[in-house]
Design a protein around this ligand. Structure first.
Ligand code: SF4
Length: 75
């Protein structure tokens, strides 16, 4: 699955991403954008394309499925 990330060293706090995808982005205490939900929605993709300083990126992450270990078999 893909997630969305922000490079806060690039963000200029223009607010475009927060306006386009308020379920994904919000302002932090410094007035810069932060990710509040990293699920890559269509709105988040639009925000990514709209960022004037290319601070938003996406990253492919591997879904890890944790399985309970059968302790009797493992012993
Ligand atoms: S669109 Fe880019 S520069 Fe503007 S607030 Fe969002 S991350 Fe920061």
């Amino acid at each position: 699955m893909e997630i969305v990330k922000i490079d806060n060293t690039k963000c200029i706090g223009c607010g475009a991403c927060v306006a386009i995808a308020p379920d994904t982005f919000d302002f932090d205490d410094d007035g810069l954008s932060k990710v509040i939900n990293d699920t890559l929605t269509e709105d988040a993709k639009s925000a990514c394309e709209s960022c004037p300083v290319e601070a938003i990126s996406t990253e492919e992450v591997v879904d890890v499925e944790y399985k309970e270990v059968d302790e009797e078999k493992a012993a």
